[in-house]
Design a protein around this ligand. Sequence first.
Ligand SMILES: Nc1ncnc2c1ncn2[C@@H]1O[C@H](COP(=O)(O)OP(=O)(O)OP(=O)(O)O)[C@@H](O)[C@H]1O
Length: 232
Amino acid sequence: MSITFDNVKISQGSFTLEANFTIDPGHKVALLGPSGGGKSTLLSAIAGFKSIDHGRILFGGADITEMAPAARPVALLFQDHNLFPHLTAEQNIALGIRPNLRLNAQEWETVAQAISRVGLDGLGAKTPAELSGGQQQRIALARCLLREKPLLCLDEPFAALGPALKHEMLDLVGEIVDATNASMLMVTHQPEDAIYIADQTVLVADGVAMAPMNTQNLMADPPAVLAQYLGR
Ligand SMILES: Nc1ncnc2c1ncn2[C@@H]1O[C@H](COP(=O)(O)OP(=O)(O)OP(=O)(O)O)[C@@H](O)[C@H]1O
């Protein structure tokens, strides 16, 4: 579904971010730009954790500006702090279905399928401390996925992972997004990650989130602010 920022203005102290564009349905989009540019702020506004001062955010044409975070069509994955340390992997995933963890047999089966989907069969009873960083992120991703939200927002989700594992995770996200017909927005500091997974890129710099551009074209001929960021 499309995502529209209709004359959106978000302020945070002396910082202001503007966004006025539409992302067409079916794209995987990277949010790229200098530190402090407003990438996380934009994701927080979409997820409903940051209110906007002006304008509207539409998803598939429906105004979600005033919706509570849990009611939004959005699942959000952060770089870390995604899991509760005292709960097992499967309990952490189950939270995505029912925060009180009182799931019926069919819902536990859904949890088991989600564990399988992220390639972690047999590890459901482990706590986060017993899992590697990559495995922990897979658990967090599994919880995001079983909420079946049509928009997956990722805030530097795999920054702590090595290159091989990161590519594996990006492949997994890409596959799942394609299979479920979802849309994806991913904040990254790595241009190569944007090229790897995102067909479009939104450049966020100088208080403006710009309309999405084809990632390959953008990298081949970057505007000054991006060239500077890339160190070219
Ligand atoms: N709670 C806050 N109060 C006031 N200003 C804030 C607050 N949080 C962030 N900011 C400011 O908002 C701006 C945008 O921050 P944001 O975290 O969205 O940037 P970012 O592009 O995600 O940065 P990074 O790449 O470093 O994570 C920054 O200039 C920051 O100083």
